[in-house]
Design a binder for this molecule. Structure first.
Ligand code: C2E
Ligand code: MG
Ligand code: MG
Ligand code: MG
Length: 292
């Protein structure tokens, strides 16, 4: 009897699993085949999230985060479609389209910032190991022209495993153009730390998982302190991401982490809202012109 029950149970489990796997497979396949079409139809939208200098309470930059508004499936998260775009190679045309759109918005904005505004684009490892990225940045910089823009490329530590000769050449060419490099999600990767000495990195972004635990865990505070120390000694600037409340902001400010980003300041916003935000910030700056 027990034997029969175990068999029955196993059969049920297998059935449920195969159904789940089939569903998941059809979902990902349809997302994948939809993506090329979506690119043609301009369904990928750049969202803009401000990066603040909390010492001066000013916006010093924007991170560009992609959103996919599928006409029938609705909102698809970048955590779902970015990995699929990386697999299929579509990530390169997707990023190029994104950079063209962002550059066009900035070029057509009537505002000049008092200081250099940082525009950060997330770049996948496949794109960085391809010389094409150098031309893509060139195009971006030519389009924005005389605006005070510093282009920052964010490379996530999760993917960043080996630094090849091509990568180093690409990075050197980017440096020559004045493009800055940021390591995203710092502290979550499996890549060791040796790349820090091989590459000339401008920014480290403290991963939001650390920021989220700053208040609760002594261990997290120790890790964050060590990262702050490391960045200072290696002459890299820090950006804290995922700052959600005043206590996290204050803790980090106290440790001189001046660049902060998160829902506490502003959520990622669409183009129209961003233009408005940009205009308001500029009015605020003009009203009280202090150095950043
Ligand atoms: P990321 O680059 O580390 O971006 C930060 C993520 O945290 C974004 O999620 C952002 O919306 C979210 N976030 C910002 N502030 C807060 C906060 O205070 N609290 C919390 N809980 N979350 C916050 P999003 O937009 O869903 O993007 C997820 C990831 O997808 C990004 O992580 C990035 O790795 C990737 N991604 C997004 N757009 C692109 C893209 O255009 N290209 C590439 N290659 N990757 C992208
Ligand atoms: Mg990022
Ligand atoms: Mg991140
Ligand atoms: Mg992340």
């Amino acid at each position: 009897d027990t034997y029969a029950l175990v068999i029955l149970f196993s059969v049920v489990v297998c059935l449920v699993m195969s159904l789940l796997i089939r569903n998941w497979l059809t979902a990902t396949t349809s997302i994948r085949s939809n993506m090329a079409l979506a690119l043609k139809r301009n369904e990928f939208e750049p969202y803009f999230q401000p990066v603040m200098n909390v010492a001066s309470d000013r916006c010093t930059g924007m991170e560009i985060l992609t959103r996919w508004r599928h006409p029938t499936d609705g909102y698809v998260s970048p955590d779902v479609f970015i990995p699929l775009a990386e697999e299929s190679g579509l990530i390169i045309p997707l990023t190029q389209q994104l950079m063209r759109r962002v550059a066009a918005v900035i070029a057509s904005s009537p505002v000049h910032w008092p200081e250099m505004l940082h525009i950060a684009i997330n770049i996948s490892a496949v794109h960085l190991s391809n010389r094409q990225i150098v031309d893509d940045c060139q195009t971006f910089l030519q389009t924005v022209g005389d605006k005070n823009i510093r282009l920052v490329l964010e490379l996530t530590e999760r993917q960043f495993v080996d630094v090849t000769d091509t990568t180093l050449e690409v990075l050197a060419a980017l440096k020559q153009q004045g493009v800055a490099i940021a390591i995203d999600d710092f502290g979550t990767g499996y890549s060791g730390l040796s790349y820090l000495s091989k590459m000339n990195i401008d920014f480290l972004k403290i991963d939001q998982s650390f920021v989220a635990m700053i208040e609760e865990e002594t261990t997290t505070r120790i890790i964050v302190d060590v990262v702050i120390d490391l960045a200072g000694k290696l002459d890299m600037k820090l950006i804290a991401e995922g700052v959600e409340n005043a206590r996290q902001k204050a803790y980090l400010l106290d440790k001189h982490v001046l660049f902060q980003q998160g829902y506490f300041f502003a959520r990622p916003m669409p183009m129209t809202q961003f233009s408005l935000y940009w205009r308001e910030e500029h009015a605020r700056y003009s009203a009280s012109p202090i150095a950043l």
